[in-house]
Design a protein around this ligand. Structure first.
Ligand SMILES: [Zn+2]
Length: 347
């Protein structure tokens, strides 16, 4: 088994905060390479250059981890879109591409498994075996291509998350396991999110925490409780959207006419890069060890997270210098001053 990084995941996270970057599926959908609805990452085979480019942009923005885009690249999902024959090639190529770009900046490579929609809490054993078989085949290919650790994410069920952990353990891979906390307090199979994280920590997870669904405002209070409950590293990868106590998860956000914003009209609820920088600082103060972004994530957010943590990234070469702006800057042009009045609102 080959590990892409010269230092293990355990060493990297012991040294300090590991910066993640996700949201590949949403961003590649916006760029025209993934279909909204099924959200299967067909881009891996259909437009590998587009995937390489996004990996590279996240790397330049400061990401410490290249996450193989195998989210929703499991047997059930590929069967749904009639591409079951592409399953192995898609998984292998996603990990290969993640390795290729990680090597450009000595990033870690993460294999990725996720909620399968095959798990049924009414039949946890029978359906669990279907989930287990899907994770086993995905991770076998990932291990053969080379990964440092596994991110099992967007888990809705504790039962399914535990299967993910067990399969990682079969392969002796460190597992970072995170829940998509769509509900206020507990997983779909009735475990309080804090308790679910504690149980996974006790069962041997390397990292536990939350990803997706919640924006920083509603993820941070829950994270604080998870941080207090476990003594292993904690992960937080929120969505960059304005979730509220009344609507803690972005799936339920609505617009002014009551229309559902998820997943195609979330822009009006988007946070700014400064909001995400604030999130990174607060999460670091709470003692969160793996900080990133999920659906809605894009390179400018990742750079903001990195710089908020005091890092300089390759993309920082082009970080804002508004003091040099012709109208808003320290020495605005005479024409701008005379004609535009510094862009103040007209009385
Ligand atoms: Zn997400």
């Amino acid at each position: 088994m080959s590990r892409p990084s010269s230092r293990t995941f355990a060493q990297r996270i012991a040294d300090g905060i590991v910066l993640g970057a996700e949201g590949y599926v949403f961003e590649l959908e916006r760029r025209g390479y993934v279909q909204a609805g099924p959200y299967v990452p067909e881009v891996i085979l259909d437009a590998p250059e587009a995937l390489r480019q996004l990996h590279r942009e996240f790397l330049r923005a400061g990401a410490d981890v290249m996450v193989a885009l195998t989210y929703y690249a499991h047997r059930q999902k590929l069967a749904d879109i009639g591409r079951a024959d592409d399953l192995e090639q898609m998984n292998r190529q996603a990990v290969r591409i993640a390795n290729e770009i990680a090597a450009e900046g000595s990033a870690l490579v993460a294999g990725n498994i996720c909620n399968t929609w095959s798990f049924d809490p009414a039949d946890p054993v029978g359906s669990g075996e279907i989930v287990r078989a899907q994770y086993r085949e995905q991770l076998r290919w990932a291990v053969e291509e080379g990964i440092d650790f596994v991110i099992s994410e967007t888990n809705d069920f504790f039962g399914e998350a535990l299967i993910g952990l067990q399969v990682c353990q079969e392969f002796r891979l460190p597992a970072m396991i995170t829940f998509a906390s769509v509900r206020s307090h507990s997983t779909f199979d009735g475990y309080d999110y804090v308790d679910a994280c504690r149980r996974l920590a006790d069962a041997g997870a390397a990292v536990v925490g939350l990803n997706c669904s919640r924006g920083p405002a509603t993820m941070l209070p829950l994270l604080e409780r998870i941080r207090e409950a476990v003594d292993i590293p904690v992960a937080a990868q929120p969505v960059p959207y304005r979730t509220t106590q009344a609507t803690p998860a972005f799936e339920a956000l609505t617009g002014p006419d009551g229309q559902r914003l998820f997943p195609l009209q979330l822009e009006s609820a988007a946070l700014t890069r400064f909001d995400m920088a604030d999130f990174a600082r607060t999460a670091a103060e709470l003692g969160v060890n793996y900080i990133g972004v999920c659906c809605g994530g894009a390179p400018h957010y990742v750079r903001a997270l990195a710089e908020a943590l005091g890092r300089e990234t390759p993309a920082s070469r082009y970080s804002p210098a508004l003091e040099l702006h012709p109208v808003l800057g320290e020495q605005p042009s005479a024409v701008a001053q005379r004609e535009m009045g510094g862009w103040r609102a007209e009385p």
